[in-house]
Design a protein around this ligand. Structure first.
Ligand SMILES: Nc1ncnc2c1ncn2[C@@H]1O[C@H](COP(=O)(O)OP(=O)(O)OP(=O)(O)O)[C@@H](O)[C@H]1O
Length: 267
């Protein structure tokens, strides 16, 4: 039987956050400019925006992988300046180590931190079962499909029960059918875990479907053009949402912003 993971979402506070990359040319790149945001604990926030607007930069700052130029990020009231144990990250590419089994990949963060492996092994198996991969622990990444590997990457991010899960286009490399399944599975997982999620995507449809709130970013320098609350009951059904007027209203609002900014050109 699956035991639900006990995890409470973290509260995130971002104030006056900017990131300027120094380049070899004269002009520096202002990737983010004075962003102020607050994420409620346990909320699912999606970020959409044109290529190069600073989405990955925002994620990287939150993950503590890149230093901010100005401003502050606080997780549960504590400022962060380096990778934080309360944060799990999933990227577009699964980044699994091919020479380690599925279970050993999931347990990698535990091993690195020299925590009690035996204690986490059961939890890892439980996570695998929750994403539909029961019994796959002894397989190697090369024996799995792209969707299965990405599920393993999600388990690896969840093993330490992160209060904040950062996802950077996690389904961008998957085929359409697998992506649809993963979107539904992510919703189920999150409804059990209820951690705070920041989900970066190019897909307006998956952003509106999954999120409580969609942040629409402007072309560089990245600012928040629209902060849209998605008020639709859960669990949401991917096959039914496309008949829902409210869903289309949200999608329309986001597309209108992109069209107004020339990101999408209407014909
Ligand atoms: N290490 C870096 N050095 C210099 N410029 C950078 C660096 N990383 C990102 N940039 C620039 O910062 C801007 C924002 O990049 P970022 O990767 O955050 O955008 P993005 O919205 O995630 O793009 P995409 O959707 O294409 O992944 C871009 O103009 C990019 O060229």
């Amino acid at each position: 039987m699956n035991t639900p993971i006990q995890s409470t979402g973290a509260a995130i506070e971002i104030s006056r956050l900017s990131k300027i990359y120094e380049t070899r040319e004269d002009t520096d790149v202002v990737a983010l400019e004075k962003i102020d945001l607050r994420f409620e604990p346990g909320s699912f926030v999606a970020v959409v925006g044109p290529s190069g607007c600073g989405k990955s930069t925002l994620l990287s700052l939150l993950a503590g992988l890149t230093p901010a130029s100005t401003g502050k990020i606080a997780i549960d009231g504590q400022g962060i300046s380096k990778p934080h144990p309360k944060i799990g990250v999933v990227f577009q590419s699964d980044l699994l180590l091919y020479w380690r089994t599925v279970l050993d990949n999931i347990l990698l963060p535990i091993e690195i931190k020299k925590l009690d492996l035996a204690k986490y092994r059961l939890h890892a198996e439980d996570l695998l079962a929750q994403v539909g991969l029961e019994g796959f622990g002894n397989k190697y990444p090369s024996e799995l499909s792209g969707g299965m590997r990405q599920r393993v990457a999600i388990c690896r991010a969840l093993i330490q029960e992160p209060g904040l899960l950062l996802m950077d286009e996690p389904f961008g490399a998957l085929d359409a059918l697998t992506r649809e399944q993963m979107i539904m599975d992510l919703q189920s997982m999150w409804l059990r875990v209820r951690n705070t999620v920041l989900f970066i995507t190019h897909g307006i449809d998956e952003a509106v479907f999954l999120a409580d709130r969609v942040l629409v970013m402007s072309p560089r320098p990245g600012r928040i053009d629209l902060d849209l609350t998605i008020d639709m009951p859960r669990p949401r059904q991917w096959s039914k949402v496309h008949e829902d007027k409210a869903y289309y209203g949200y999608v329309r609002q986001i597309r209108d912003i992109f069209e107004a900014k020339g990101v999408l050109v209407a014909h």
